[in-house]
Design a protein around this ligand. Structure first.
Ligand code: BES
Ligand code: ZN
Ligand code: ZN
Length: 501
């Protein structure tokens, strides 16, 4: 897809369609909408007065111009209430509008710079949101379709700006938005790819490519390295599979002045979760191909970070393995020893995410010098019960860091909600035979999972994001399409950008 910004007169642009917006609660028309309404003899205002256009978010009205201007159609899009209009509304609008046009075979269109005249959004941010919304909203995963050449996708988007200084800043935003959306798309591709192709070795291969392209440091540990380092929890999960496990570390060194300040991004990379010997039921098990979305989020974010080059050090760590019930699989009741020497009684082999993350987190702090971290994991079914697919569950050991992550996530539209971490919840993990069990019973399952992880933070500020509800969508909506969301890739990138020293 090509996205460009042009400075010019909207009336003279020859295009199949122009996307303009209309607020729900404002009689006034702004910017390009106003200009087009005048030249169309008040057609937009008339539809508005007749209540045929209400301006609610998600509403689209296609008006043919019948030769009055060079453009063939005007797509009037509801923007919702003016007070609520923000960059996430632009992302959602562009996703919805570009799919609406694609359904009608319109793959090339122009758009107004939404929000610039009315709610005064920064042009750079507006350009970025338009690029992200359009690229992510028209994302398609067709690697496994044999008839893909028949189904076209959006080819060309032109943002029409009235002034050249606005255009220049918007173009910078578009460039950033493209980099960020491509990071998200890489994570979606990995997450949508079936597990017979996306193995732990394949994840390591993709990470190696990302490292080469982005000039990142990379370390890949294999099973023998893990055993030498004492990663008994990670190795234990991998025992049931013929696929060799990998631990991938990607290092971006953007701030040599703060060598000890290293943001760690740790992502669960279970390429398929059968549950192991504690086998899952068959219904919906296919969705467990996405149990590596924490890991792909990290790889997608590292790709974008290496291109955006913020002044900060970021290290991504992805422990990746299958969770299979092979003949050598670990059994309920087995006791494993993690890298920090803590012993774990594996009561349920399906609680494998926390096991592989525990060794990855200890490794990140001890061996890679991570000073504060976020882990991202499709960790518990319980978080789906609590939050559905709307919000990401947030847990942590440091209020300031929790607040920062929640704020960053919410600002970017990757909505989050914090959970309590009282010590009492930790009592549910007490084991008769080892330092802890890997499950804490039926109650508060997402919190006890986080409590388990909190034993492996090595004293650094840590936030855990449970994305088991939000990693996939069942229908198209805004900048999301059916299938993987890609995980909170934009939040991870924004955390790095915000701390650019
Ligand atoms: N990968 C699953 C969690 C999951 C469930 C992700 C649904 C996405 C959708 C995780 O490894 C798991 O199986 N968790 C168990 C933990 C339980 C055994 C304590 C769960 O939530 O059932
Ligand atoms: Zn599991
Ligand atoms: Zn899992």
């Amino acid at each position: 897809m090509e996205i460009k910004v042009v400075t010019g007169d909207i009336l003279e642009i020859n295009t199949p369609a122009i996307i303009v917006g209309l607020y729900e609660d404002s009689k006034e028309l702004y910017g390009i909408t106003k200009i087009l309404d005048e030249v169309m003899d008040g057609a937009i205002s008339q539809l508005r007065n007749d209540q045929e256009i209400k301006g609610v978010s998600g509403e689209f009205t296609l008006i043919h111009t019948l030769g009055r201007i060079a453009a063939q159609r005007i797509l009037v899009s509801g923007l919702g209430r003016k007070d609520n209009f923000d960059l996430n509304a632009i992302r959602a609008l562009m996703g919805n509008a570009s799919r609406y046009l694609r359904t009608r075979g319109i793959l090339s269109f122009c758009t107004a710079p939404h929000g610039i005249d009315s709610v005064i959004l920064k042009p750079v941010d507006c350009g970025q949101a338009i690029a992200e919304g359009t690229i992510l909203g028209t994302y398609q995963f067709q690697n496994y379709r044999t008839n893909k050449e028949n189904s076209g996708n959006t080819e060309k988007v032109t943002i029409v700006s009235p002034k050249s200084d606005l255009s220049a800043s918007m173009a910078i935003g578009v460039g950033q938005g493209e980099i960020i959306a491509n990071g998200v798309a890489l994570s979606r591709d990995m997450s949508n790819t079936p597990s017979n192709d996306l193995t732990p070795s394949k994840m390591a291969e993709i990470a190696t490519m990302v490292a080469r392209e982005g000039n990142l440091g990379i370390v890949i540990l294999d099973r023998t390295d893990m055993e030498k380092l004492g990663m008994g929890a990670l190795v234990g999960v991998a025992r049931g599979s013929h696929q060799p496990p990998k631990l991938i570390a990607l290092e971006y060194k953007g701030d040599p002045d703060r060598p000890k300040h290293v943001l760690g991004l740790i992502g669960k990379g279970v390429t398929f979760d059968t549950g192991g010997i504690s086998l899952k039921p068959a219904l919906n098990m296919e969705n467990m191909k996405g149990d590596m979305t924490g890991g792909s989020s990290v790889i997608g974010a590292m790709k974008a970070i290496s291109a955006l080059k913020p002044k900060i050090n970021v290290t991504g760590v992805v422990p990746t393995t299958e969770n299979m019930p092979g003949g050598d699989a670990q059994r309920p009741g087995d006791i494993v020893r993690a890298m920090n020497d803590k012993t774990i009684e594996v009561i349920n082999t399906d609680a494998e995410g926390r096991l592989i993350l525990s060794d990855a987190m200890v490794y990140a702090v001890r061996k890679l010098g991570v000073s504060h971290m976020v882990d991202i994991a499709t960790l518990t079914g319980a978080i789906i019960v609590s939050l559905g697919s709307v919000r990401i569950g947030v847990f942590g050991n440091n209020q300031e860091w929790i607040d920062q992550v929640v704020q960053t996530g919410n600002d970017g539209g990757e909505r989050m909600w914090p959970f309590p971490m009282d010590d009492d919840y930790g009592d549910q993990l007490k084991s008769t035979f080892a330092d802890m069990m890997n499950v804490g019973g039926k109650e508060a399952g997402s919190i006890t999972a986080a409590k388990f992880l909190s034993e492996f933070t090595e004293g650094v500020p840590w936030v855990h994001l449970d994305i088991a509800g939000s990693y996939r969508m069942v229908s198209d909506k805004g900048w999301h399409v059916k299938g993987s969301t890609g995980g909170p890739v934009r939040t991870l990138i924004n955390l790095a950008l915000a701390d650019s020293g």
